[in-house]
Design a protein around this ligand. Structure first.
Ligand SMILES: [Zn+2]
Length: 253
């Protein structure tokens, strides 16, 4: 199997994978989305809440705020030496205090570990009017997306590289609507030059003009879009080692 990077941005990486199988790609996708851990707020303890939002609603909003996660610094509570009692190795405590009139943002949360912080500081938690107040403590823990989506750190998708049958096609007409920096045609051959920019709409245009399209079952374009907790290339590495660990557990008799 050969993997190369086609496009790399802070929170999004697109890979070309050659010589794989759809089953493997799907296992990798599911592992990355549902088994690679991320930090999220799990418990909230209120001292004051006179805002218009109920305690449960604020707790729900806090839980969904993506938090910068260093997977080396924290354990999953279920795998920690404290056996899930939430020690400093598997949880991080914090607090939030605000008095109206004010808009309360994710950046107002204070964590005991300064390396943990909200990735999008201006995510709004609530608005407070004159005289309204919130004061609460919270605990964030590592978890997996398979348990709750707040612990899922990414969206992963892939597709087989398209192949084109252009025997009965009018390529001149089709290419009136396909930008020159995405694909080019030489005679009856179509070559995609920029996969990350290739859209389903271009395939519809080709099909309307007589091109038959089949997707490869061996060569794929895979994209990992991270919400920011863990970098996409780390998500891929982590997903691969989780898959390897799982395969080790399978013993053939
Ligand atoms: Zn622990």
């Amino acid at each position: 199997m050969k993997i190369s990077v086609l496009k790399q941005e802070d929170n999004e990486v697109t890979f070309e994978i050659e010589g794989a199988h759809p089953g493997f790609l799907n296992a990798l996708r599911r592992t990355a989305m549902y088994e690679v851990p991320a930090l999220a707020i799990e418990d909230v303890y209120y001292t004051k809440n006179s805002s218009v939002l109920y305690d449960e609603i604020i707790a729900h909003r806090l839980g969904l705020i993506p938090l910068k996660t260093d997977l080396k610094s924290y354990n999953l509570p279920s795998e920690c030496s404290c056996k899930g009692k939430l020690c400093a190795k598997c949880s991080v405590k914090g607090s939030l205090k605000a008095k109206g009139p004010a808009t309360v943002y994710a950046e107002d949360m204070k964590f005991k570990d300064p390396t943990v912080k909200a990735i999008y500081p201006k995510m709004m938690i609530t608005k407070l009017l004159e005289g309204q107040e919130i004061e609460l403590d919270f605990v964030a823990v590592l978890g997996k997306g398979m348990e709750h989506t707040k612990w899922s750190g990414c969206h992963v998708y892939y597709r087989g590289i398209p192949g084109f049958d252009t025997k009965n096609a009018d390529l001149d007409k089709a290419f009136e609507k396909i930008p020159a920096n995405v694909a080019k045609k030489t005679g009856k051959t179509i070559e995609i030059t920029d996969y990350p920019k290739w859209l389903p709409a271009y395939e519809e245009t080709l099909e309307k003009n007589g091109v038959k399209i089949t997707n490869s079952e061996e060569n794929f374009i895979l994209t990992i879009e991270s919400w920011g907790q863990v970098a996409p290339e780390k998500i891929l590495n982590e997903a691969v080692s989780i898959l390897q660990q799982k395969l080790k557990e399978v013993k053939l008799k």
